[in-house]
Design a protein around this ligand. Structure first.
Ligand SMILES: [Mg+2]
Length: 387
């Protein structure tokens, strides 16, 4: 089964669906918050949403799809001008060898970022082909299923005012979610008032859901160590399940130090790449929970190595964001207890955002859990109308 053709399509929409558009306009802490001109919203500095879908065809007529973010349209040129010639004519089932060759061939300009996202999309497409060729779902090829279904946590809870947040949190409990995550509005650029507002957001959610629901909070790389230390002192009484991405991804010393300072579990890794990046996190004992995204970190081939390292180190793996790839991973690996999901908040009508699905066949969680059928490969088809 040889690869006969590799092609890429770009869509001007976010792989995260409605979430990315909403987050652009809301007050959220970000890595650029320390600069007053970028403080107001993420949209003041964020790039335009985009995603790329890679299609790989084989000489026996199997077609596989993989995808990744495609901000600035950086993915397609890497694949079209370089990676596709390393793929065409090669065995589609040689996922290890192909991954290694793509990684080594792009070392001078790759290793992380858009290039690894391109390699991830290719790897996901190859696993789709492997599943279709074997007439088995990807989670079975990975060794699963180790469980019948996966809990999902509701990931939204933006700082839109105490009344809306409380109503949203309660709605998630009624819909069956046992865990939910909020975004912090403020960071070091906003002083003590911002700290108080961050704490009020957490207090509001805890008060709305009671003590039997897990709540988490995400700082989206926007804090520094001193700020985080002070915030953790305020937040410990609310029993957070984790504090996510307190610092920029390369500042692992701050992650490790904060983990020693607070009893709040520390998480991160959605902006980390490859087994080498996650080995650094694990070696530094910087996190209790790692959150790789298969559409960034290197696809299934790399994710199973990251999962193996985490399992050996006693670290929990909860993938970043929703997606069919993460359901397959969670069904196959015992160290993945739940995955993230972006429900539409009960207060949000999003009148200007078209809710055209990216994929046909992607399952929608019910009662706070999700599962997959035994459809071969990834089990979804790409909605051609979004291109
Ligand atoms: Mg996050």
């Amino acid at each position: 089964m040889k690869i006969s053709r590799v092609s890429v399509r770009h869509a001007d929409r976010s792989i995260w669906g409605h979430l990315a558009e909403r987050e652009k306009t809301l007050p959220l802490v970000t890595p650029l918050d320390i600069y007053p001109q970028f403080q107001e919203t993420r949209g003041s500095w964020f790039w335009d949403s985009g995603m790329a879908v890679v299609q790989i065809e084989t000489d026996n007529g199997i077609v596989g799809h993989g995808w990744c973010e495609d901000g600035c349209r950086a993915t397609a040129p890497v694949i079209e001008n370089h990676l596709q010639r390393l793929l065409v004519g090669q065995s589609a089932s040689d996922v290890e060898g192909l991954w290694d060759r793509l990684f080594r061939a792009t070392l001078p300009y790759g290793r992380k970022g858009s290039v690894l996202q391109a390699i991830s999309a290719i790897d996901i497409a190859l696993w789709d082909i492997l599943g279709k060729a074997a007439d088995k779902p990807v989670y079975e090829l990975l060794g699963g299923p180790v469980k019948d279904s996966i809990p999902v946590y509701a990931s939204a809870l933006h700082p839109v005012g105490a009344h809306k947040v409380a109503a949203e949190a309660k709605a998630y409990v009624e819909e069956g979610y046992k865990a939910m995550k909020m975004r912090f509005p403020f960071g070091p650029g906003n002083g003590v008032d911002g700290m108080r507002a961050n704490e009020e957001q957490v207090a509001c959610v805890r008060n709305a859901v009671g003590d039997d629901i897990e709540i988490m909070a995400d700082a989206y790389m926007g804090w520094d160590f001193l700020y985080a230390k002070k915030m953790c002192r305020r937040l410990e009484k609310y029993n957070l399940a984790w504090l996510e991405e307190a610092f920029i991804p390369d500042d692992l010393d701050s992650y490790a130090q904060l983990r020693q300072e607070t009893n709040i579990p520390i998480s991160g890794g959605e902006h980390e790449y490859t087994r080498f990046g996650f080995k650094n996190i694990i070696d530094k004992q910087a996190m209790d929970i790692i959150q790789p995204d298969l559409r960034r970190c290197g696809g299934f081939t790399e994710a199973r190595k990251i999962a193996a390292q985490a399992a050996a180190a006693g670290i929990t793996l909860i993938p970043h964001a929703y997606g069919i790839t993460h359901i397959h991973l969670a069904l196959a690996f015992p160290i993945v207890p739940m995955i993230e999901y972006f429900p539409l908040p009960c207060w949000d009508e999003l009148p200007n955002v078209e809710i055209e699905p990216i994929f046909h066949g992607e399952p929608v969680p019910k009662n706070g859990t999700v599962t997959l059928t035994a459809a071969p490969g990834l089990g979804v088809t790409v909605n051609d109308r979004i291109f």
